[in-house]
Ligand binder design. Structure first.
Ligand SMILES: Nc1ncnc2c1ncn2[C@@H]1O[C@H](COP(=O)(O)OP(=O)(O)OP(=O)(O)O)[C@@H](O)[C@H]1O
Ligand SMILES: [Mg+2]
Length: 453
């Protein structure tokens, strides 16, 4: 079937002539004679192409064009004009009409413009489809990634989201653990039920138990009324324990019991409360090591580690860096109302070669800052944080021959030391080990390069 076309023309001879001619060429035609009726049809039907006469009784062609662009922006509109109305026709094009055709015109001229319009539309739809499918492949529930590691994680999420199995998400800080927990919740059958997040680092040990289990009035001094705990509030939904590795040992035993029995007792309460929960956990600490250090219960670990998801650090999946850059660039340009921003080659090079100890979060912040500081649509090396731009600045300086090789190497060494110290939170013993030099050597270099604490 050829395109579906909507004709609005008040001159009966023209309307009938066009309808007859286009039908004989296989088009599916709907025709009407006045603007008000046309508005109703626009609201209730969809078309590939619309042909509006400019002068109509009631509502004119320009108004119909506006209504069509609002209701069905993908419908291509052709405007029929008399010679004297060319100015208005130009206005119509500005407002999104595909083209105009001036009276009087032959059937062949009409066919030509419709065929051109059909071809253009098909191309346009194809481009939109391709663009969409590329984007969909890169974005999964707000998560960007094209590396094999991320694709495997997306597949795993698709499979497990619909089940109730416990998930343990592990990965360094800023790798997207919370984003993954959110994706699992959103794709699950519990998406409209409570979703409670508990950050095990943020709650002081003394308050933790009452936060989780709630308490009865009079359970302890200060318990002036009965309060539900997070486990009870999350009943029927999902509970996310973030940084589970930091949960105090005493509470780990109590959590284990809830997982095994599905029963909660409020502090000071005797009534068992049955809870139905889906558990998601995240940790940036290696839990196996915590078990060795006797900071985490082994029996709890087996209970939470049913489906492990491990996100590699960004530097181990570098293919994701360009797509993340692209995504954040577009996102922040829009957020800060900046028109299209281009990254200069040196800035791009620096962004691609950096190691991102802070992972995606660090990349995201770097782009945000870069977008804010960018000038005249260019994000340059100088708009990036020093730790990202440092190494390539040195290389550029060397290439520019402004400084001697010795000076270059010294700068290089200084920057490596600063970066390593930062990565080790200023701990010199650790930094020296990482750099493969003695503590004394490191100390001397810090002094020589006047590196501040
Ligand atoms: N794959 C990704 N795609 C898009 N944004 C991401 C991705 N991974 C992380 N982010 C973004 O990076 C930031 C950090 O993510 P998130 O808070 O989920 O990390 P985390 O692993 O929980 O970190 P932490 O251990 O510090 O809590 C967020 O702003 C998040 O939107
Ligand atoms: Mg987190």
């Amino acid at each position: 079937m050829k395109e579906k076309i909507f004709i609005v023309e008040d001159d009966p001879a023209m309307r009938l002539g066009m309808t007859h001619f286009l039908k004989s060429h296989g088009y599916d035609i709907t025709a009407c004679e006045n603007g008000i009726e046309a508005l109703n049809i626009i609201e209730s039907e969809t078309f590939d192409i619309a042909i509006f006469d400019l002068k109509l009784p009631g509502v004119d062609g320009l108004k119909l064009l506006q209504a069509m662009k609002k209701k069905a922006p993908n419908t291509a509109v052709i405007i029929i004009t008399a010679f004297a109305e060319i100015k208005t026709a130009v206005q119509a094009i500005k407002e999104g009409a595909f083209d105009y055709i001036a009276k009087p015109f032959s059937n062949e001229e009409l066919l030509l413009i419709i065929e051109r319009c059909s071809k253009f539309r098909r191309l346009e739809l194809e481009v939109e489809y391709l663009r969409k499918s590329v984007k969909e492949k890169e974005i999964f529930e707000g998560l960007i990634g094209i590396s094999n590691a991320m694709r495997e994680i997306f597949d795993k999420i698709r499979v497990i989201a619909k089940t109730d199995v416990p998930v343990l998400i592990q990965g360094d800080s800023g790798t997207g653990k919370e984003l993954i927990a959110d994706a699992i919740q959103r794709l699950s059958t519990r998406k409209d039920s409570p979703y409670i997040k508990i950050n095990c680092v943020a709650i002081p040990e003394t308050l933790f138990e009452s936060e989780l289990f709630g308490y009865e009035k009079g359970a302890f001094t200060g318990a002036t009324e009965t309060k539900k705990g997070k486990l009870e509030i999350a009943n029927g939904g999902t509970i996310f324990f973030d940084e589970i590795g930091d949960m105090p040992l005493s509470l780990q035993a109590k959590l284990l019991r809830v997982i095994e029995d599905g029963i909660v007792y409020r502090l000071g309460g005797k009534e068992p409360i049955v809870v139905n929960l889906r558990f998601i956990y995240a940790s940036c600490k290696n839990i196996k090591e915590l078990i060795k250090a006797e900071k985490f219960r082994e029996d709890l670990f087996y209970r939470i580690n049913v489906v492990p998801i491990t996100i590699p650090p960004l530097k181990e999946r570098r293919e994701d860096i360009p797509v993340l850059i692209e995504h954040f660039l577009e996102y922040f340009a829009q957020k800060y109302n900046k028109s299209k921003i281009q990254i200069s080659p040196s800035a791009y090079e620096a962004l691609l070669s950096y190691d991102y100890p802070g992972n995606v979060r660090e990349l995201k912040h770097a782009i945000e800052r870069g977008v804010i500081l960018s000038k005249e649509g260019i994000l340059d090396l100088k708009h990036l944080p020093e730790e990202i731009s440092a190494l390539s600045t040195i290389e550029l300086n060397c290439i520019n021959n402004n400084i001697s090789l010795k000076e270059c190497l010294e700068n290089f060494e200084k920057n490596i030391i600063i970066r390593t110290l930062k990565e080790c939170d200023g701990k010199k013993i650790e930094a020296a080990k990482k750099l493969g030099i003695s503590r004394k050597a490191l100390w001397e270099k810090i002094k020589a390069y006047k590196i501040e604490e």
